[in-house]
Design a protein around this ligand. Structure first.
Ligand code: C2E
Ligand code: CA
Ligand code: CA
Ligand code: CA
Length: 275
């Protein structure tokens, strides 16, 4: 049994070492990627249900690794956060997204994801101001999406920054709403302009009465608190039909369009209304 234990230990150590090496390689590549500008942005439409038109786009980062090919954000954003690279990456995303949006019609907004680290590891308000100024974009056309985990890190540090951004006319959305364990308490801590209901809530609304009831209740809650409500991850016409109510303002998902390269934005803006 003792020999067995040692064997197991060696096995795990080997596996862990391999993982560590992979991480180190990825981290080195990530640093190079920042310098070599291997990132680009894709844009996914936000669709206004009342106006039956696209009212904005969410910027989503893409990394085209020279050897590995496309690396999904979920495979490198957490690492970039851990090693602090997210500050440079986030700054780049802000600048690029504002510059792109400045080319779009005035009634089209751009939404940018902001990581917790950007609140503590950098001067976010200044980065945002610089990105807007460099692009000549009005602050009212920028939305920042933050997740509950951002708030959780430390409310005291984050709240003044959120208020400063809001004072400048920038809109703030709570992303992935419903996935954290204390979503509800955050709603009263800060006046969000919008909540984005996580895509996990939409999956079963067509086949499952309870899932639909929960979705309805969250939509009504957001509406009652005076926030715009977006439902993420809408993939079918049947889901869209169920969400067409006065209180649901926007949807986002493959049913409207998957994220697309920036050059496709003009084409997406010409698509006929969806149902
Ligand atoms: P998110 O902010 O919740 O973004 C929405 C994700 O859902 C995107 O994944 C999008 O491609 C995917 N999605 C959109 N519609 C549908 C649908 O109908 N069905 C399904 N199953 N998925 C859909 P993506 O692009 O892989 O991004 C994953 C996450 O990575 C984002 O989740 C966000 O948390 C993070 N991320 C992406 N870009 C950035 C960035 O520039 N900065 C930061 N800090 N995080 C980013
Ligand atoms: Ca988002
Ligand atoms: Ca989300
Ligand atoms: Ca509303």
């Amino acid at each position: 049994a003792k020999a067995d234990g040692r064997k197991r230990e060696r096995f795990f150590t080997g596996e862990m070492e391999a993982q560590m090496q992979l991480r180190h390689a990825l981290e080195a590549d990530l640093r190079a990627a920042v310098e070599n500008e291997e990132f680009h942005l894709h844009y996914q439409p936000l669709y206004d249900l009342a106006e039956r038109r696209i009212c904005g786009f969410e910027a989503l980062i893409r990394w085209n690794h020279p050897v590995r090919g496309r690396v999904p954000p979920m495979d490198f954003i957490p690492l970039a956060e851990e090693v602090g690279l997210i500050v440079d990456i986030g700054r780049w995303v802000l600048r690029r997204a504002c510059r792109d949006a400045a080319q779009w019609p005035e009634n089209i907004k751009v939404a940018v994801n902001v990581s917790a680290i950007q609140f503590s590891g950098s001067d976010l308000t200044q980065d945002v101001s610089e990105a807007l100024a460099a692009a000549g974009l009005s602050p009212s056309r920028l939305e920042l999406e933050i997740t509950e985990s951002v708030l959780m890190e430390n409310l005291n540090e984050v709240l003044p920054i959120l208020h400063a951004l809001k004072d400048r006319g920038i809109h703030v959305s709570m992303d992935d709403f419903g996935t954290g364990y204390s979503s509800l308490s955050y709603l009263s801590s800060f006046p969000f302009d919008k909540i984005k209901i996580d895509k996990s809530f939409v999956n079963d609304i067509v086949d499952n009465k309870e899932a639909y009831a929960i979705m309805r209740a969250i939509i009504l809650l957001g509406d009652a608190l005076g926030m715009r409500v977006t439902v993420e991850g809408v993939e079918t016409a049947a889901q869209l039909a169920l969400l067409e109510c006065e209180e649901c303002d926007e949807i986002q998902g493959y049913h409207i369009s998957p994220p697309r390269p920036v050059r496709d934005v003009p084409h997406l803006l010409c698509l006929p209304p969806k149902s």
